[in-house]
Design a protein around this ligand. Sequence first.
Ligand code: ADP
Ligand code: MG
Length: 254
Amino acid sequence: MALIELKNISKVFKTGDSQTVALRNVDLEINSGEFIAIVGPSGSGKSTLMHILGLLDSPTEGSYSLNGRSVLRRHDSQLAKLRRSDIGFVFQSFNLLPRLSVIQNVILPMVYAGVPASQRKGRAFELLTKVGVQHRAAYKISQISGGETQRVAVARALANNPSLILADEPTGNLDSKSSQAIIDLLKALNRDGNTVIIVTHNPEIAEQADRVIELRDGEITKARATVPKRRMRELDPESTLHGSGKRTEQRKRQ
Ligand code: ADP
Ligand code: MG
């Protein structure tokens, strides 16, 4: 069963007298454990698709099932709960609170999700360590670099241990070294079993995904399967690395 199943999704934005068709007739299936890159020119509907996938916006038409359950036409409170527990976002604009410290920003989603106060700080510190910015825990967001800010955004996205990670141009304003560090981080999370969907303009980053989906004027034009080195290794019978075995097992369980 696919983790995500979009059928005939369209999204029309109405502003005053004009309307914009941001997505039209999008069909898309994503399996658990995939690493997907969404590419396409500016205005092609990438962010709109991410918002719909992340239950932040609903389509004008079509159906969406997540883990086999329809998630459209549900109450806001139910959606908020699903978002909090299952989905981690890394936005283009980071959406971090500049006046709070790094660690407070990571703790915040745990507060909303009802994680006991006694566990929050330890878990936030673990996540900051995972993304390599634990030494900045007490700094304000306004006091750290762009690359560090982006790492904090990833740590915050992971706060509630989501199975689906959505990242909308997470390397937007970063130099190539910091960009690759973020991508390596997302790849490591993917190897741990998380499904990762990333929007990117950078072909070198897109190449690293299992599958590239291209949008143009709100339509999927191309869904190309890349054969990443990692997957090649899995297919190689000589390779008995337990990491890949675990992954295969996880996939079977879906
Ligand atoms: P991308 O992320 O690929 O640059 P978007 O999904 O942000 O594209 O936008 C797709 C189209 O929908 C654009 O024409 C954009 O102007 C329009 N659009 C996006 N969000 C809104 C909105 N909230 N209200 C009106 N139009 C919107
Ligand atoms: Mg966008």
